[in-house]
Design a protein around this ligand. Structure first.
Ligand SMILES: NC(=O)c1ccc[n+]([C@@H]2O[C@H](COP(=O)([O-])OP(=O)(O)OC[C@H]3O[C@@H](n4cnc5c(N)ncnc54)[C@H](OP(=O)(O)O)[C@@H]3O)[C@@H](O)[C@H]2O)c1
Length: 234
């Protein structure tokens, strides 16, 4: 087994995912950028020569199980183990729509990407994760998905992230005996295409807990919801 740490980040062509890729590459990781638009990812990398050197773009549409399986097969042919999986790809739709007017289609679309996407990716990459001595899975969730503090904003998104938190707990419990840590992260409100220009946090701040969980957090920290490197309520 090679000593080089390896990581796959979904939705890595912009925003928080791209920042996580930059930070992990600085720490010497070999990175796979899972994206659904190869050209967009190439343009992003063109301005980041250091990341370009240590990374590879892989077609991975989290909505499409075949695409996820194909990416897993390809990455399996390139590396012997996967140390870090960051399920970052996400969408925010119908944010201002009250729950009374939110359609089943809007909820299903959100769940497809934000909940089932990470689920498929974890299933497809499990074999490679099991080959790492201490694999870490980080699901990028949101405070909007916290049941302890659930408001009425973005119901489709919030429901999908609450369900992602449940998926996180299930995987954490199922994989504990294999030393695979699985946690969810709330990055806070971050200035990205999704978060908008007036969000108070930078991408560096949004990426911080994800990178910490991927590298420095105690390996027995699992099944938790993390914000700013601390456990928060589900
Ligand atoms: N920004 C915030 O304030 C905030 C707050 C809480 C949680 N989060 C979470 O943080 C994560 C990253 O968000 P962000 O702010 O960086 O958002 P962003 O700038 O909108 O980026 C979202 C990323 O997800 C990708 N993506 C969407 N659907 C995909 C699919 N089916 N397959 C593969 N990739 C897909 C996008 O790819 P394309 O470029 O191809 O569209 C893009 O790379 C999300 O899970 C989000 O819910 C963000």
């Amino acid at each position: 087994m090679s000593d080089i740490n390896t990581a796959l980040i979904t939705g890595a062509n912009r925003g928080i995912g791209l920042e996580v890729a930059k930070e992990l590459s600085k720490k010497g990781f070999q990175i796979f950028l899972g994206v659904r638009d190869i050209e967009k990812a190439k343009s992003a990398l063109a301005e980041l020569p250091e990341l370009q050197q240590q990374s590879e773009i892989v077609m991975l549409d989290v909505n499409n199980e075949e695409s996820v399986k194909k990416a897993a097969k390809y990455i399996q042919s390139k590396i012997s183990h996967l140390d870090v999986l960051v399920n970052n790809a996400g969408i925010l739709i119908a944010a201002e729509q009250p729950i009374q007017e939110t359609s089943s289609q809007e909820i299903l679309t959100s769940i497809q990407t934000n909940t089932l996407g990470p689920l498929f990716v974890m299933q497809a990459f499990l074999e490679l994760l099991l080959k790492s001595p201490f694999a870490r899975v980080i699901n990028v969730s949101s405070g909007a998905g916290a049941l302890s503090n659930m408001g009425h904003w973005a119901p489709a998104y919030s429901i999908s992230k609450a369900a992602l938190n449940a998926v996180t707990c299930q995987f954490a419990a199922a994989l504990k005996e294999y030393q695979i840590a699985v946690n969810a992260v709330c990055p806070g409100w971050v200035r990205t295409d999704m978060g908008g220009k007036i969000a108070p946090r930078s991408v560096e701040q949004g990426a911080d807990s994800i990178v910490w969980l991927a590298t420095e957090a105690p390996s027995n920290l699992t099944g938790k919801f993390i914000h700013d490197r601390a456990v928060i309520e589900w």
